[in-house]
Design a protein around this ligand. Structure first.
Ligand code: H53
Length: 828
């Protein structure tokens, strides 16, 4: 370290955070002229965005350094959030807001000849996630920083994020998302942090001089993990946490021999193979696909992260048993479950800790969040594949399983089937490693993400584990969203209006303060302003639709939105069948009836997994209906249908504030929580939804008059499915009309939709027919209620006023208190 006599010089010239506009401008120009080697004569929007983000980034780094120093000297327990996805979206606007420099940068760039909005548009989304799970991780790290908790995120630095979606001839076409073309100003490469990671090889054991059996894993392939740090600034605090993303590189010695022998090509090929590990995000949401490269990604990321965490702990020279007092690790779904095994391996094989003591440390360190009950999403790795890639880990899993099953047998000696049911190894052919069971056994707490979901996991997929561990190990933490991005950034005008009544912007930190607008729900002036802002947001979306889909839309129509990943369980098919039903009804209307009808704009958006045939067919149908309906002059303004291509975080920021109604209509019991439901209501839209996931708690908070619920309840789903399987359930008559229209070719070649229709006329696993009438009834109510403008707007205001509970700050406080046992560290 630096000798004390030199420190003065360091301190004298230490970089300070810029405070005012001029300092920002100075930094901006310095970056244009030096970092980018340009000048005022060739500085376009892209260069200006880059210079501005460099200046802002420098400021974040100063705060980041202070925070990390503070956290290190305070020496308190930290949380590490392990997530294979962080769906961050754009960083610049968020960084300006959280750092409190939005106004100075805005007017700063204006003086220099730029519009801040144009610069913000230059930034590509950091789209390192698929959907809800990845976006939740992004909201959570924002909240961890904003509430001053010491915490890091660990993930993978994919070179390709979620694919870009285009619509060609009504079909989804994917193209790669190479988001790093112009380099990424928001990351700090840490080339000095390199960690060797091994795959394959073999295990061997021997007895050492002390008579102890030692296990070694050797002879495998090595790759290197390099760290890239992304500063995560908290809102209204100096706390700036870290998101560390790992990239894979070939090791220095990589195929040195081949290279030396002149076999350059195959040497280079091998080294490229190392880089593919972190190259691309798997594009499945809520679906497990057992690819070896995916397991490699998981181990690569988990091993690098644990090596890093352990190294940091060892610097404190504490005894191992204190590890859980310093470190909490949260497993975001089962993707990082290998961390349980890797920590046990480090402790017993590398650090010489006894098995039981090590296992105690492990289980006290980890918490596991389950995000789904869908069977097709649960990870199960084939034992042969696993054994080949990670032979030592497989041995350790067998041991963990053995000790666990011995314990269960002792507790329930008469329950012969129980052991097979809870075993980590499924006795199929080939055998499979059940990752969720491993995560439960390796953690001290298991949580679901909304009340219904947390009850469901206790009574269905993890029932036996509740019997074994008792109910206290299982809990609920209802998801939340960050009001910084999903209110301030997406809807600045609404934010200003709310602030005028709350008296400050403090609701961005304490969302319960929204309650203060409730008294104005019936205030005509406030209502007027509320409606004007909604119109403004609808016009903004209309402009986007004009640009992307080429149509003018009527901003006075009811904007009805369903944007999320396309999945049968989310039932976009039910929505589009409902749209067809509406279309047929309009076609049958008299002119008089048409005058009474409520005009609608139905907006869809979302990506399908590239290999998901049924989801792709649903997208095709939406586009086919859109084409027919929008061109039908009989219909006019009464109905318009749009599919907005390439739905992502930045588009959500435009779409969400513009909705009057958004649809969250999953089959009851299938959507663990949903988080876009929260975003829409927070922005003054009402929900049309099923009694599922967080819709239930939203209803509790905003009141059942302020939400449109319909459909069967989760408790009836099994019975209904049973009926479909074992008897002839008649198809809903309105749905039958819809299917007839499709089958006679109203929307083009009916052959395309045969399997989609028979998925409903057959077993109807997602109960589309069972819920269809109830769905249409709810839609009818929406049409009627929307005509009564005064009540509609007061419901919208009341709903927003009661959304405080859904801040991710609240969710993080609950995790911190009941799972992580960590406390905030104030930055004074
Ligand atoms: O996680 C969200 C939930 C949502 C759930 C989603 C999710 C994924 O996006 C991917 C995999 C998975 O197991 C779950 O579907 O209901 O809101 C965050 O908890």
């Amino acid at each position: 370290s630096i000798p004390s006599e030199s420190r003065q010089v360091w301190q004298k010239f230490g970089v300070k955070e810029f405070g005012g506009k001029e300092e920002f401008q100075q930094e901006f120009i310095r970056h244009v002229e030096t970092t980018l080697a340009r000048s005022m004569y060739n500085c376009d929007d892209l260069a200006a965005y880059q210079a501005a983000s460099q200046a802002i980034r420098d400021r974040l780094i100063v705060a980041w350094n202070k925070t990390q120093q503070k956290h290190t000297t305070k020496d308190r327990k930290r949380v590490y959030y392990l997530s294979l996805e962080f769906l961050m979206g754009r960083a610049m606007d968020n960084a300006m807001l959280n750092a409190g420099i939005k106004d100075i940068t805005k007017s700063g760039v204006a003086d220099l000849g730029f519009k801040i909005e144009d610069l913000l548009e230059q930034e590509p989304d950091a789209a390192l996630g698929n959907g809800g799970l990845g976006r939740l991780a992004a909201c959570f790290i924002d909240s961890i920083a904003s509430t001053n908790y010491p915490g890091w995120g660990y993930g993978l630095r994919y070179q390709y994020g979620i694919f870009k979606q285009r619509i060609v001839d009504g079909y989804q076409v994917e193209s790669p998302d190479y988001w790093l073309t112009f380099s990424n100003p928001w990351e700090i490469p840490r080339y000095e942090i390199q960690i060797d990671i091994m795959f394959y090889g073999y295990t061997r054991k021997y007895t050492n001089d002390d008579g102890k059996v030692v296990h070694v894993w050797e002879g495998g392939e090595q790759v290197q993990a390099v760290a890239y740090d992304v500063p995560v600034p908290g809102y209204g605090t100096e706390t700036t946490n870290n998101l560390r993303l790992w990239a894979s590189k070939p090791t220095r010695e990589f195929d040195f021999e081949k290279f030396n022998a002149g076999d350059y090509e195959s040497s280079v090929r091998e080294s490229q193979k190392a880089e593919t590990i972190s190259a691309v995000l798997y594009p499945n949401d809520n679906f497990y696909s057992g690819k070896e490269l995916r397991l490699k990604q998981q181990y690569f990321w988990v091993a690098a992260s644990l090596n890093d965490i352990v190294r940091r702990f060892k610097k404190t020279h504490r005894p191992w048993k204190e590890f859980p007092d310093q470190v909490a690790i949260q497993l975001n779904d089962t993707h990082p479950t290998l961390a349980v095994v890797e920590l046990q391996r480090i402790l017993i094989d590398m650090e010489g800790v006894e098995w039981d003591a090590a296992w105690n440390i492990v289980t006290n360190t980890f918490g596991y969040t389950n995000h789904t009950v869908l069977p097709e999403a649960l990870e199960k790795w084939p034992v042969p594949l696993f054994t080949n890639l990670l032979p030592r880990h497989m041995e350790i899993i067998y041991e963990i399983n053995l000790f666990f099953l011995q314990k269960v047998e002792k507790m329930f000696p008469k329950e012969r089937d129980l052991l097979g049911r809870v075993s980590i190894i499924e006795e199929s052919s080939p055998q499979q490693v059940r990752m969720a069971y491993l995560a439960i056994i390796g953690s001290h707490k298991v949580n679901g993400v909304a009340e219904l979901h947390s009850e469901l996991i206790k009574t269905t997929i993890f029932k036996d584990f509740v019997t074994i561990y008792g109910p206290d190990k299982f809990m609920n933490v209802t998801n939340g969203i960050t009001p910084r991005r999903w209110l301030h950034q997406a809807n600045p005008k609404l934010c200003d209006l709310i602030a005028s009544k709350v008296g400050s912007y403090d609701f961005l930190k304490d969302l319960n303060l929204l309650k203060k607008i409730e008294p104005f729900a019936h205030d005509p002036k406030f209502q007027d302003e509320w409606v004007t802002i909604k119109k403004f947001n609808k016009a903004r979306l209309a402009a986007h639709i004009k640009q992307s889909n080429g149509y003018d839309v009527n901003v006075n129509a009811l904007f009805d939105v369903q944007v999320k990943r396309i999945h049968e369980y989310k039932r976009q098919q039910m929505n589009i069948f409902g749209v067809i039903h509406r279309y047929l009804s309009i076609k049958a209307m008299t002119e008089e009836e048409k005058k009474e009808a409520t005009p609608r704009v139905c907006i869809f958006g979302g990506k399908s997994a590239p290999g998901y045939y049924m989801a792709k067919t649903i997208i095709k149908l939406i586009n086919a209906v859109s084409e027919v309906v929008n061109a039908d002059t009989d219909v006019g303004d009464l109905l318009k249908v749009f599919f907005i291509a390439d739905y992502n975080v930045s588009k959500a920021e435009i779409i969400v504030p513009a909705s009057d109604i958004s649809q969250h209509i999953s089959t009851a019991g299938t959507e663990a929580s949903g988080t876009s439901n929260m975003k829409f209501v927070l922005n003054g839209g009402l929900i049309l939804g099923t009694v599922d996931g967080a819709n239930i708690e939203i209803t509790r908070e905003v009141g059942e008059n302020n939400i449109f619920l319909f459909g069967h309840l989760a408790e009836s789903v099994e019975d209904l499915r049973h009926k479909h399987r074992f008897s002839d359930v008649p198809l809903d008559p309105n749905l039958e009309k819809v299917f007839n229209a499709i089958e006679i070719g109203t929307f083009g070649d009916p052959n395309i939709y045969v399997s989609l229709i028979s998925s409903v006329t057959g077993s109807d696993y997602y109960l589309v027919s069972d819920d269809f009438q109830s769905y249409l009834d709810a839609q009818k109510l929406v049409d009627q209620d929307f005509k009564n403008k005064d009540t509609w707007v007061s419901r919208s205001i009341t709903a927003v006023a009661n959304m405080g509970f859904f801040s991710s700050d609240r969710a993080i406080d609950e995790y911190a208190e009941s799972i992580w046992n960590i406390e905030p560290i104030a930055m004074d």
